[in-house]
Design a protein around this ligand. Structure first.
Ligand SMILES: Nc1nc2c(ncn2[C@@H]2O[C@H](COP(=O)(O)OP(=O)(O)O)[C@@H](O)[C@H]2O)c(=O)[nH]1
Ligand SMILES: [Mg+2]
Length: 400
């Protein structure tokens, strides 16, 4: 599971990446600071199942904070694009290579409207951030289009001569974009394109439509309306307009900066903060600057927006948009592994995964020698076609 953080320069991508991963990355106020993609671990938040069984979980990966279990996912900080990038401006090929790997993208925009198209600071309210949504997504779609077109041009004669199914062949040709056959088939169906519509190669408009649809299905984009803290009134107005303009898009207001402050103070032991919550507790001595920052976060960010939005956007991307489920291996007799570690694992499974997929995820031998699965909560047997639900606790019984 990989989530890419993307957007034009200077909208706060690296700051958000740092807040998510709490790693040091180049944070600076000029375009193209991020030359190499920064990879790190972020965490999605799942209500831990330990308390239901009166046990204290001890995760092998990730951690427990409050009643939550934070499960690791990979995060990519992707270099920013400027308009016209697909025509050779900006970091085209590098960008594509990074985007290719991501399962979903978080598009960071500056909702305070203080950054122009090129990423230069021009002061709050002086640029309409809604414009970024359209051109940025189009840049990515153009890339998909060019990859699709190039590959089809090379292979269409053979596909046509052998009367092959166009969606399946196309999926094979663009598998490098991390696009699956089911994504392409779904796009064909939604656009009512036939398997033998080989002439599509001559219809640029339709080909772009197809490229755009495949991109939407295989690489959904969630919008982080970021830098809400710069000017609350402008942010709220722009956010409202943005949601009206794009009612079908997932849009989350964020302040990567506020999240970073909270995480750093928590790390230093000065406050206790559970990512995603709208409160913190003061634990240690704070200097005036820290006190002021926390007051601002409490009175403006938490009160007006509910939270910093950073944890929220990760959880929504993984669980609501990609529709993954978090599933715990466990046993009816014991929730510990051989070393006595209680509920050591929590796996993120793609939508539609079955108990056999789950067995495979734990160990291929478990799937090979599968006998049955048991719902640890209810102690009921589950067939091998049972589809996993979020927060299931499952025991796999296999022949030794
Ligand atoms: N006020 C405010 N400033 C931010 C926020 N996020 C980033 N910044 C600032 O915006 C500038 C660019 O941030 P950076 O993370 O390097 O942007 P990137 O080019 O998109 O990676 C830096 O000066 C950051 O301190 C935010 O949420 N609020
Ligand atoms: Mg950056």
């Amino acid at each position: 599971m990989q989530i890419g953080i993307t957007g034009k320069p200077n909208v706060g991508k690296s700051t958000m990446f740092k807040a998510i991963t709490l790693q040091d990355v180049a944070i600076a106020n000029y375009p193209f600071t991020t030359i190499e993609p920064n990879k790190g671990y972020g965490y999605v938040r799942v209500e831990d199942v330990g308390p239901e069984f009166n046990v204290k979980s001890n995760p092998r990966y990730g951690f427990i904070k409050g009643k939550y279990r934070f499960v690791p996912i990979e995060i990519l900080d992707i270099a920013g694009l400027v308009p016209g990038a697909h025509e050779g401006r900006g970091l085209g090929n590098k960008f594509l290579d990074d985007v290719r790997q991501a399962d979903a993208l978080i598009h960071v925009i500056d909702i305070s409207g203080s950054t122009n198209e090129e990423g230069q600071y021009i002061g709050p309210g002086n640029y309409d951030p809604i414009k970024d949504v359209k051109w940025y997504e189009e840049e990515i779609d153009w890339w998909f289009y060019s990859v699709i077109k190039k590959n089809l041009e090379k292979n269409i004669r053979k596909i046509k001569n052998e009367h092959l199914e166009l969606d399946k062949e196309l999926a094979k040709l663009i598998s490098g974009l991390n696009v699956k056959e089911e994504h392409v088939s779904k796009a064909f169906k939604e656009l009512k394109i036939n398997q033998d519509e080989y002439d599509i190669i001559n219809d640029d408009k339709k080909l772009f439509e197809l490229a755009s649809k495949i991109r939407k299905i295989s690489k959904p984009i969630v919008i982080a309306a970021n830098r809400i803290d710069i000017n609350i009134d402008i942010a709220k107005k722009n956010l409202e307009r943005l949601k009206k303009e794009y009612p079908d898009k997932v849009i989350i207001s964020t302040s990567g900066y506020a999240e970073l402050i909270l995480k750093e103070l928590d790390k230093q032991g000065k406050i206790f903060y559970i990512p995603g919550e709208s409160y913190f507790e003061i634990k240690g001595d704070l200097n005036d600057k820290e006190k002021k920052a926390l007051e601002f976060i409490e009175n403006y960010i938490f009160k007006e927006f509910g939270s910093t939005g950073v944890q929220n956007i990760l959880d929504i991307t993984v669980f609501d948009v990609l529709k993954y489920v978090a599933v715990f291996p466990g046993g009816v007799d014991s929730l510990a592994d051989k070393e006595g570690r209680i509920l050591p694992d929590c796996f993120l499974m793609p939508p539609g995964s079955t108990v056999i997929d789950f067995a495979n995820k734990i160990h291929s031998d478990l799937a090979k020698n599968f006998v049955r699965a048991i719902d640890v909560r209810t102690r009921k047997f589950l067939g091998k076609d049972y589809i996993l639900k979020h927060r299931d606790v499952i025991q796999i019984v296999a022949n030794a």
